[in-house]
Design a protein around this ligand. Sequence first.
Ligand code: MG
Length: 245
Amino acid sequence: MMFGNFVGTLTLVLALQVTAVNAQKKKEQLPQPVVVQPVIKGKVPSDAIMLFDKGSLDNFVNVKDGTAAAWKVQGKKFTVVPGTDNIQTKEKFGDCQLHVEWKTPKKDVKEGKQGQQNGNSGIYLMGKYEVQVLNSYINQTNPMGQAGALYSQYPPLVNASIQPGKWQTYDIIFTAPRFNADGRVKTPGYLTVIHNGVLVQNHVEIQGPTTAYNKNTPDDANELPLMLQHHKNEVSYRNIWIRKL
Ligand code: MG
C-alpha cells in the first residue's frame, strides 16, 4: 500500500517535471524579438523610417495640390512658411510610433501673440487626429488646445512645456481605428503621447477626426499620410522618424 502511494507520488512528480520542461521548451521556441538599434547617443532605431533628418523635404508634399512641400529647410530643421499650406508625407501610415522634435518661435511672444496664435502647428496622425503643437509655456489657452492635447478631445495630463525657441520632443504611440465594411467604427483609435519625456496622453480613445483635419481622404482608410499643420506661425521641426507597428 505504502509502496503504491510512493510510486503514485513519484509518477505525479515526474509528470509535473515533464510538463514544466515542455512549457519551458515552448517558451524558448517563441520567435526571438527582432534586434533594433535603440535610441542612444542621438541614434534613430534601425527599423525606423526617417521622415526628416536634414537637407530636404522630399518625403513631404503640400496637401492641397501635392506639389513639393513649400516650407523652409535650413540644414537639420525646417520651418512653416506663413501663407503656404499644410504638408503631408508621401507615404501612408496607420499604427505607428512617431518621434517629432519641434520648437515654437520666440518671435510670436515678442509680437505679443497669445493663446492659439502663439506658436500653433500640429501633428495630424493619418491627417485626421491632431496632437497640438503650441507654445504652452506661460501662455494660457483652452486646455484642450494646448501643447500635448489631442485637439478638442483631451487636454494633456500635465503641462510639460519648455520655453519657446527651445527644442521639445513628442513620442507618440498611435493605434488607428478599424472600420466595418459599412464605414462604421469597429474598434476606436488610441493615442499615447510623451512630451519632453513626460506622459501627457495615456492610451486615450480617439473620438473621431479633430478640427481642421484633411477632409479629402477616405474616412475608413487603414493608413493615410501624416500631416503637419500650417497655422501661420513659424514653428520649426527636426528629427522626425516613424516606426510602423
Ligand atoms: Mg494646431
